[in-house]
Write a protein that binds this ligand. Sequence first.
Ligand code: 5AD
Ligand code: SF4
Length: 448
Amino acid sequence: MPKKKLYIETYGCQMNISDSEIVGSIMADANYEATENIKEADVIFVNTCSIRDNAEQRVRARLREFKSLKKKKPELVIGLLGCMAERLKDKLLIEEPHVTVIAGPDAYRDLPKLMTYVEEGQKAVNILLSSSETYEDIEPIRLDHNGVSAFISIMRGCENYCSYCVVPYTRGKERSRNPQTIIDEATDLFAKGYREVTLLGQNVNSYSWETEEDVFNFAGLIEKVAQIDPLLRVRFATSHPKDLSDELIDMIARYPNICKAIHLPVQSGSTRMLAKMNRKYDRTWYLGRIEAIKNRIPDSTISTDIIAGFCTETEEDHQETMSLMKEVGFDLAYMFKYSERPDTAAAKRFPDDVQEEVKGRRLQEIIDLQQQLSLESNRRDVGQRFEVLVEGFSKRSNKFLFGRTSQNKVAVFEARDFKPGDYVNVTVTDCTPATLISKVVEDISVSE
Ligand code: 5AD
Ligand code: SF4
């Protein structure tokens, strides 16, 4: 039978990118071949995000565009996957009548079966959440094609119930994947030429795998992955400050190939806000974790997530966020306006009472400050030497390559005959807020 063509469009977090690769693999076994050309697609899957209202609005706009595609090609199947599917359930079938497949994050194994229903002219929905599904036996197809860096999902779900967050409702209970399957996947990627893996989970530090003899935690897991080969870089995301142990910090310090870049979402610098957000730590605790990182891994970058204008946030609370940002000196931050999500604890219990323009102004102040901090961080790197893993040609010109430092900063440098997957030593000569401009160190450039 000729293969059908599947086009997958992914919104939201890295976990969704990883999930799309799992979906691609499940569908490949059912005779669907991934395509990057939407025009030739028999099936379009949109893997969606519900974290903020604007993420959902973007998907809605895209679905309207697909409507015209379907008019031209009535046999085209449009499926909605991921967090929006889970949150809105079969309501979506009514609101978006051209969508005929709805599958939540734990229902992807069922997709081939759902497709057979659709072929018979029915609509098909599976939004069951699971307490055990980790897709651990599925070898994801790699949709990114750079061939250097890949995501490995190591756990799913979240039970932290931060009061603003929809994820515990859309992704269900926290569960960890069998460590051997993770190590096997990373080993296989290395053998195929990959040089960097990012271990993914909503809260990787609470990774836990119990056997009869002992309990395997995230520090133990990352060590095993780092030991696969010194040329395999290991990254991870995301960590919750409450679970960032000294053991893990020491492990990152010990292995040169565990990247010196820690993403530690703070959300707010105000202890009052943090309590309302149900983050389970306060400002002092967070700053203590930062101090521990700086003491043990002085060359590590630290990045964060910040929410502006959460329920009842005052100007003082906002100033506490600004002062914490300066105190830590974040190298990078993802910054958002609070967006109330239906059914979360915050939506039920607290008024979304910070005026839109106040939220906007506070967010802008946070962004402006971060821009300054990021530039300062990059300026500190000027004159320093870094090992860069080459990912590809720079966007601007084929005369330049780009790659990342262990600290997760993008560096560009003269292309020469390096290729993706090579490690190159560079010295930083100049910078922008987002890029390190650098030159190749002549004497010791290593390419494998
Ligand atoms: N509104 C705004 N930002 C949010 N985030 C999570 N939920 C919301 C929300 N309701 C942000 C947090 C989280 C990041 C992934 O998204 O900062 O760390
Ligand atoms: Fe959401 Fe908090 Fe879980 Fe992160 S840790 S996914 S912010 S509930």
